[in-house]
Design a protein around this ligand. Structure first.
Ligand code: ADP
Ligand code: MG
Length: 672
């Protein structure tokens, strides 16, 4: 038993108490069959109409019961003769199970059931029944018994949230809260409970979120104890870069650059997240940080999520840095062994000042002479564990390099401060002047011909166009095929224009050739898959058409759209969709039509999808919560942050205990 419990992370009595139910079964009342919905897990009662064995692909027993309000099928694949014979017409059954949609009607597969006799009646349970996450060989029933034993000791548990904090945020007492969660009483408000709004739940949700927040904050404090490199040789190179730019920096850019410089002057490694909307000029901010590091004779690694983006950064940085006499190298997974070897050698010898690439940058053969700064650009999912891994990889002889992370898509502030609380945080909250807003329209697929005519006139006026072909199915091959077909079609319909094609299955030198021809204006229309989603920067492009827009997420559409509106010409984005639109697809497209503010769009995205999806938190195992649910409970975040800060500074030992209580060792990043 101890071994089994250990698998669940249970060693102490207190671990039982914090092993919270996954969900609850409501066996307190009987639902009318006519009122049932798919997915509910409920108790029903009805009279048997018939029970027959049928042969489909498998032999099965089907029993229909009705209660006057409706009828439902009970389906059994495993059953005994005695069971079948016990189901005589007219008898009453009480059943419990999950309602599913069957071929003919609603049904329950393998319900728990009891035959009711006319004389005796079985009492209903009067509380919600908890269901626990458990492990093989440990039944719910025995687990509940163990929890019951542990609950007898609940009052011995220390209430770790200080009384003042409890009062300030109106939190229930821990003993009461745990008792209710494990053992809801008949008085418990069932609907509040099932939707996670009960005060007992709120108390534990609050506590769990505090623990996570504190663990990330501690991580940040610990990072400040690590040896870094104070970079303090001045900004000659940076000033030179500014002189050669055709524009001046926005106030927001200057402000963030100052913050970065200040961070890098410290003797511990910087860990800063820079958020900025699409087109806010993050690349230049990164370049400024890079120049500070280079000025002090340190090397810089810049990691991009895709080859195309890495290539583009390589071009930009070469253009900016070559006049300053600096060496930029490009490490690609697709280079020949010989090319790569020479790039890698130059890095190791310290000839190269900045290396740009995808994850290929951090393969074992790539070593730096003096790595001082790691920049991560536009990664969609770059969670705590990746950040830590990167820091370890970047470790030099006796110091850790500075880390600068730039988000691809804005995250709403409260959430950023939770999921990224181990980082310092800056926002570039201003776009370069003169940007034209992007007009966004949604059109049904059957209006393609109009659009094609529009392309002709846009190109005749000197602008360029993106045509983005998106996933038809989860298949890259199909996506590329679709792009090829569209390319053929556009070539045929627009014979005077130069049409280019770029997709993920092309060789990288082919892709590069097409991209640079587009950049130089030799190609008018670029047909592309979502390989151009992030970062691609061609200011002369002023029209984007996105096919199957209804299938893309909001953040992705906003990113794509951000490829236009980068110059001074008024730009537009046409979202082509296949009617009819689902409710959520409509919401997404509508949000894009109404707003061009990435932070606002991020907020709506979160509302539609919830943070689990947005950040991949549950999927990637990062931020595993037992009771909190970031999308349902995000309104608590500002209070949680405040309370956590208070406990961390006033009673660090209590904070420590709180973290230990909620976060299993494997998830406690501050212990890595
Ligand atoms: P993102 O934040 O999306 O990465 P980029 O760094 O690619 O944005 O910048 C978008 C475009 O804006 C680039 O062409 C860049 O040269 C230009 N840019 C950056 N800063 C400014 C500025 N202060 N004024 C004018 N243009 C700028
Ligand atoms: Mg960028």
């Amino acid at each position: 038993m101890a071994e089994r419990l250990e698998k669940l992370g249970i060693e102490l009595v207190q671990d039982f108490l914090f092993h919270l139910p996954l969900r609850y079964q409501d066996r307190t009342r009987i639902y009318p069959i006519g009122s049932l919905n798919e997915g509910q897990e409920v108790l029903i009662e009805g009279e048997i109409e018939n029970a027959t064995i049928v042969m489909r692909r498998k032999r099965m027993l089907l029993c229909t019961i009705s209660d006057g309000s409706g009828r439902i099928t009970l389906r059994f694949f495993h059953f005994s003769n005695a069971q079948h014979q016990g189901m005589t017409q007219g008898k009453r059954l009480r059943c419990f199970g999950e309602i599913r949609r069957g071929p003919q009607s609603l049904e329950i597969v393998h319900p728990e059931y009891k035959v009711l006799s006319a004389t005796s009646s079985i009492p209903m349970e009067n509380t919600l029944t908890p269901t626990y996450p458990t492990t093989e060989g440990l039944q719910q029933r025995s687990f509940r018994r163990l929890i019951g034993l542990a609950l007898a000791h609940v009052n011995e548990l220390e209430d770790l949230i200080p009384v003042e904090v409890q009062q300030q945020y109106r939190l229930a007492n821990i003993h009461e809260a745990l008792r209710t969660l494990h053992n809801p009483t008949p008085e418990t408000n069932v609907s509040a409970f099932l939707s996670g709004q009960h005060p007992a739940q709120r108390r534990l949700i609050f506590e769990e979120m505090m623990a996570h927040h504190m663990s990330l904050r501690k991580l940040r404090e610990q990072a400040k104890q690590l040896p870094g490199i104070a970079i303090d040789e001045g900004d000659r190179l940076y000033q030179k870069l500014l002189q050669q730019l055709p524009f001046t920096l926005t106030n927001a850019q200057q402000h963030v650059i100052k913050e970065l410089r200040n961070d890098m002057q410290q003797s511990y490694p910087m860990s800063r997240l820079v958020q900025g909307d699409v087109g806010s000029g993050k690349t230049l901010v990164a370049a400024a940080a890079a120049l500070y590091a280079i000025e002090s004779d340190f090397q810089v690694a810049l990691m991009a999520p895709t080859e195309i983006l890495a290539e583009q950064h390589y071009q930009n940085f070469s253009e900016w840095l070559a006049p300053l006499g600096l060496e930029v190298s490009w490490i690609s997974g697709k280079q020949t062994a010989k090319e790569r070897r020479s790039q890698v050698e130059n890095l190791l010898m310290g000839i190269t000042h900045i290396a740009i690439g995808t994850h290929a940058l951090f393969q074992a053969d790539v070593q730096f002479k003096q790595l001082g700064l790691v920049i991560v650009d536009e990664q969609h999912r770059f969670g705590v564990d990746q950040r830590l891994a990167l820091r370890e990889k970047g470790q030099q002889a006796e110091h850790y390099p500075h880390q600068l992370i730039m988000t691809a898509t804005p995250i709403p502030r409260t959430l950023a401060m939770t999921t990224c609380a181990d980082l310092d945080y800056s926002v570039i909250d201003e776009l370069p002047p003169g940007r034209q807003s992007i007009k966004t329209v949604a059109l049904a697929n059957d209006r393609r011909d109009e659009i094609i005519q529009r392309i002709q006139s846009i190109c005749d006026s000197g602008s360029q166009v993106y045509w983005v072909c998106t996933l038809i199915e989860e298949s890259e091959a199909l996506q590329c095929q679709n792009a090829e077909e569209t390319w053929e079609l556009l070539k045929e319909k627009l014979p005077t224009l130069e049409i280019g094609l770029v997709h993920g299955r092309m060789k990288s030198d082919q892709k590069d050739a097409v991209m640079s021809a587009f950049k130089q204006g030799d190609i008018h229309v670029l047909v592309a898959t979502t390989v151009i989603e992030v970062g691609v920067d061609v200011p002369n492009a002023s029209l984007m058409i996105v096919e199957n827009a209804e299938r893309l997420g909001l953040a992705q559409l906003h990113q794509l759209r951000g490829r236009v509106g980068r110059g001074t010409t008024a730009s537009s984005c046409v979202l082509l969709y296949q009617a009819p639109l689902s409710k959520n697809a409509f919401k997404r497209i509508d949000a894009l039509r109404k707003s061009s503010d990435g932070f606002e769009i991020a907020r709506i995205d979160l509302e539609i999808r919830g943070p689990g999806e947005v950040f991949g938190t549950r999927q990637t195992g990062e931020l595993r919560f037992r009771i909190a649910d970031l999308s349902r409970d995000q309104h608590l975040l500002p209070d949680v942050q405040q309370a956590a800060q208070a406990v961390l500074t006033q009673t660090p030992d209590v904070a420590e205990k709180l973290i230990k209580r909620w976060i299993h060792r494997a998830d406690d990043y501050s212990k890595v």
